[in-house]
Design a protein around this ligand. Structure first.
Ligand code: NAD
Ligand SMILES: N[C@@H](CC=O)C(=O)O
Length: 498
């Protein structure tokens, strides 16, 4: 193992949050086969550390540990689990600055955004700590003479979680806090690009008194680890956030063990601007909805659909606002966009832009010679985007904005729904009849009207169509980790005494 990189050593108040091991059964674990992988700062391409790639037996050992620990964790009272989760929440908040630094170094997002994600991630821990106390069953009016019927909620069992690199902390806490509060042990497999946020969470979970075997972080070759997690019958729930491509694979691999699946997959969000909107107000909102996390966000506005009557002014305002965005290393000063996660992401973005131009789109801005490093991509604006282009069909996951003009509400509904995805959609208009019509007609799990911000602990986050299965957060997020057990108590005698 390499030692802590000098950059990190200088920057962290608590260097013990930076761990280069997996975390299994309460122990920091190295790979028994000697395989390891470097993790790079996407802004500089420098290795910031290494992670072990665990062997199959070590992944199975994590399942053994979770199975043994489950007995005690599920037996705790809900308020006892709540206390541990609140302790975890407090520690995440207290170490916010270090967690943000680790995140910026491995993911690249600007430090203020990383701080925001730590806060966001912590908020799910507090939410589910409380929700764990409200996993009510119900009583059912009996149709059977002298019987009492009802339901109780029980933890589903060991829950595995496979998470992406774009939100390395919050995508873990939104799942893990729900599962832990429900009484389930957790095995997390973070993205290999961003393992250190997950490992810092493990360190803080241990300090919070979450017992050994209850929160495990396994690392390894992704396809290898996922196959084991999917085919392991003792793992009863699998929660995945990532691409639709990998989501489909995990569905196949989990079929034999008939797991509970929660899938948060890709998006292709339309951002619809009505004819009544102030073009400047709408353009500024669209820039905010497009470029956060350098466009690497499942909620990013992927197709901007603007009414033809305000299209040209909207494009002018968008261009001006976009030109003010600064691109650079997220650790240095105030930047709006950090790097993309790696060089392949830059190449994919360039290919999407080339494809659009070759099919007739106009590039208004986006001079890549200004990019401050190999993994940076300057924001691009394309107009005249059509449904044949990749920028329309694919989730571009890059700072590439594509604008299309439309002429009627019916046309824009058809355009917006013309995708296999159905995660989130934005509507900008003040016309209440248009809002209602669009909101009902859009085939999306989440619709945000006149607001870029739509997420947070109280909301049921998730998509329809090929954007996923299930909901995270909100009043129902904990249900992904609970089974409903029905009971029938017969031969009780009637209330009147017969
Ligand atoms: N719906 C949501 O809430 C949400 C949130 C964040 C990201 N996302 C989606 O995630 C995607 C970007 O993240 P990504 O590039 O990390 O996704 P990805 O699907 O490539 O990877 C996600 C996870 O799957 C693992 N993985 C990769 N290849 C695998 C394989 N062959 N078998 C098993 N596991 C494998 C990765 O190591 C990672 O842990 C985008 O599509 C984005 O929309 C969705
Ligand atoms: N921004 C999303 C993550 C998607 O990439 C969220 O809030 O969950």
């Amino acid at each position: 193992m390499t030692t802590l990189s000098t950059t990190l050593a200088k920057r962290l108040e608590d260097p013990r949050l930076f761990r280069q091991y997996a975390y299994v059964n309460g122990k920091w674990t190295h790979g028994e086969g000697g395989r390891e992988e470097a993790v790079y700062d996407p802004a500089t391409n420098e290795a910031i550390g290494h992670i072990p790639l665990l062997e199959a037996e070590q992944i199975t050992a994590a399942v053994d540990a979770a199975e043994a620990a489950f007995v005690h964790w599920r037996a705790l009272r809900a308020d006892e689990r709540c206390e541990r989760l609140l302790a975890w929440y407090d520690l995440i908040q207290a170490n916010r600055e270090d967690l943000a630094t680790i995140m910026t170094l491995e993911q690249g997002k600007p430090l203020p955004d990383a701080r925001g994600e730590v806060e966001y991630g912590a908020s799910f821990v507090r939410w589910f700590a409380e929700e764990g106390k409200r996993t009510y069953g119900e009583t059912i009016p009996s149709h059977i003479p002298n019987a009492s019927l009802g339901t109780i909620k029980e933890p589903v069992g060991i829950a595995a979680m496979i998470t992406p690199w774009n939100f390395p902390l919050a995508m873990i806490t939104r799942k893990a806090a729900a599962a832990l509060a429900a009484g389930c042990p957790v095995i997390v497999k973070p993205a290999n690009e961003t393992p250190f946020s997950a490992l810092a969470l493990a360190e803080l979970a241990e300090r919070a008194g979450i017992p050994e075997g209850i929160f495990n972080v396994v690392l390894g070759e992704p396809a290898e680890v996922s196959k084991i997690l999917c085919s392991e019958p003792r793992i009863r729930a699998l929660s995945f956030t990532g691409s639709t491509r990998v989501g489909r694979l995990l569905i196949e691999q989990s079929a034999n063990t008939v797991k509970r699946l929660s899938l948060e997959l890709g998006g292709n969000a339309p951002f619809i601007v009505g004819p009544d909107m102030d073009p400047k107000e709408a353009a500024y909102a669209a820039v905010a909805a497009k470029f956060q996390t350098a466009g690497q966000d499942c909620l990013a506005a992927n197709r901007i659909l603007v009414h033809e009557s305000i299209h040209d002014e909207f494009v002018a305002q968008f261009t001006e606002r976009m030109a003010a965005l600064t691109v650079g290393n997220g650790l240095h000063g105030e930047v709006d966009l950090g790097p993309l996660i790696h060089r392949q992401a830059v190449e994919k973005a360039a290919a999407i832009v080339d494809d659009a131009i070759s099919q007739g789109a106009t590039m208004i801005a986006g001079d890549q010679s200004q990019a401050p490093g190999d993994n940076f991509f300057m924001p691009v604006l394309l107009t005249g985007v059509t449904p044949q282009m990749k920028v329309w069909r694919e989730e571009n996951f890059a700072p590439v904005a594509g604008i299309t003009a439309y002429s009627s509400d019916d046309e824009v509904i058809e355009m917006a729904n013309d995708t296999e995805y159905g995660l989130a959609a934005y509507i900008y208009t003040h016309d209440i009849r248009r809002i209602w019509k669009l909101m009902r007609a859009l085939e999306y799990g989440m619709v945000s009207v006149n607001s870029v911000k739509m997420t947070g602990p109280p909301v049921p986050f998730g998509g329809v169509k090929q954007s996923g299965l299930g909901r995270e957060g909100g009043a129902t997020g904990i249900d992904e980790y609970l089974e409903t057990k029905y009971y029938c108590l017969g031969a009780l005698g009637s209330v009147s005494g017969s």
